[in-house]
Design a protein around this ligand. Structure first.
Ligand code: C2O
Ligand code: CU
Length: 456
């Protein structure tokens, strides 16, 4: 049993369900022992309610209050979390979903029920939580990768459904650092939507990969009675032995009883719908897809005064790099590295400026092509889920390969050595953060501001 933080005393915090285009007022009172704020992740809201200390508001001190006004222009699944010391506050339970319903009842292909799953982890040794850095985040190389996996705050998730049910899962990765590869062996999954929209076309997928802060909406068809595990199946690497290991963790179970589902949506499940409304909206952005990038950033890292064994180990280890670190294969090295020794960097290729020194201004209504390159030759390369506040973007290509099935995103995973081109729809005026969503990388400087200047 651990004492956690909780929005309204709950982990996850209350799921706030609203109609698209609704505006809500949230009176926030800080009753924890740290300063904090609330950020409404992925929502294209009024900049004043974005919850970023030093950019849109002052941190709310213990005992303090703040009132947020949140308008929801886009249907889909979003989430809220603090924007102060996320490495502690989010890890300790401060996260909740925002489910925004489209007025179109056929927005998603039909399902018998909607289920939200918030995926996180905790780092525990024996009966204690591994302590958090007080002045600065620790575990700053890989991020704090937990060893107890949680679904909606529970280590043993359970769901019961009827035979033939189609279930819509709204998945959100709220972990500090973990990227997941989720599946339900024996159960077909159909990908419907991601961060800020539906996909142009539905597609069957063997599994769903989610990086920190990403959301995916999938439909699952439970055709036969039985018990089905929800698994995270990844390729782990042992950095000491230099070996790969398949790592499969069961997050919970879905029990399918023999009562037939009513209504029966299986026929509709098996049809892969196109969403012409999504393609039609994207059409006006297509002329920008092949333009040269307007902005370029490189992702890298700088270190100073790390313990000598860590430095020696890392220089051997980086003889091989892998595109995505699914687990922490070097927890001792990682724990010792704090934001005092390690600085994660977003570097503007044209000016050489880094992190908060970058000061981009674009006009509201412009479409900005941004090229992000994750340098594999740094001291410790790692994947970075890059998040932009308050706007939406399209991932138009990865390593020069155009995306076939587009979807509006607010977070994009950039694997080690990859180049990702995104098109930003700079529609929402204000000062907006762009940062890595690994809490410890953000805490070690990996952030900048994009100013969208109002068009008059
Ligand atoms: Cu999930 Cu800066 O945010
Ligand atoms: Cu990162």
């Amino acid at each position: 049993t651990f004492v956690m933080y909780g929005f309204n005393g709950q982990v996850p915090g209350p799921r706030i369900r609203v109609a698209q285009n609704a505006t809500i007022t949230v009176r926030f009172h800080n009753r924890i022992d740290l300063p904090t704020t609330v950020h409404w992740h992925g929502v294209r809201l009024d900049n004043r309610s974005d919850g970023v200390p030093g950019v849109t508001q002052d941190p709310v001190p213990p005992g303090g209050d703040f009132t947020y006004t949140v308008h929801f222009p886009d249907a889909g699944i979003y989430w809220y979390h603090p924007h102060v010391r996320e490495d502690i506050e989010q890890a300790m339970g401060l996260y909740g979903n925002l489910l925004v319903d489209s007025p179109d009842t056929a927005y998603y292909s039909p399902a018998d029920r909607d289920v939200s799953l918030m995926l996180s982890d905790l780092l525990i040794h024996a009966d204690t939580l591994i302590p958090f850095g007080r002045e600065a985040p620790d575990f700053v190389l890989m991020g704090r990768v937990g060893n107890v996996l949680l679904v909606n705050g529970e280590p043993d998730y359970a769901l019961s459904v009827h035979r033939g049910e189609v279930v819509r899962f709204f998945l959100t990765d709220v972990a500090n650092a973990r990227t997941w590869n989720l599946s339900i062996p024996g159960v077909p999954l159909k990908l419907l939507a991601s961060d800020v929209s539906r996909f142009e076309r539905e597609v069957m997928v063997p599994s769903v990969i989610l990086a920190p802060a990403e959301r995916y909406v999938v439909a699952a068809e439970f055709d036969r009675p039985g018990r089905y595990p929800l698994v995270n199946a990844v390729q782990a690497i042992d950095h000491y032995r230099g070996e790969f290991d398949a790592e499969v963790d069961t997050l919970g179970w879905v029990t399918v009883d023999s009562t037939p589902a009513a209504p029966d949506y299986r026929a509709a499940f098996r049809v892969l719908r196109a969403n012409p409304a999504v393609s039609a909206e994207i059409a006006r952005y297509r002329p920008y897809f092949d333009r040269p990038p307007d902005k370029r950033i490189t992702l890298t890292v700088a270190t100073s005064s790390l313990p000598l064994p860590t430095v020696q180990f890392m220089s051997v280890d980086t003889a091989y790099f892998h595109p995505v670190e699914w687990t922490d294969g070097m927890p001792e090295m990682n724990w010792l590295s704090t934001a005092r020794e390690v600085r994660w960097i977003l570097r503007d290729d044209s000016t050489g400026k880094e992190n908060e020194a970058i000061d981009w201004h674009v006009r509201q209504g412009s479409v900005v092509k941004l090229r992000i390159y994750n340098d594999p030759h740094s001291f410790h390369p790692m994947q970075h889920p890059i998040h932009l506040h308050g706007q939406r973007m399209l991932v138009v290509s990865r390593d020069g390969v155009p995306t076939r099935d587009l979807v509006w995103k607010d977070t994009v995973l950039v694997p080690v050595g990859s180049t990702v081109d995104v098109l930003i729809d700079a529609s929402n005026p204000g000062a907006w953060m762009l940062h890595c969503h690994i809490a410890e990388h953000l805490g070690a400087g990996m952030m900048m501001t994009l100013h969208v200047d109002p068009s008059r």
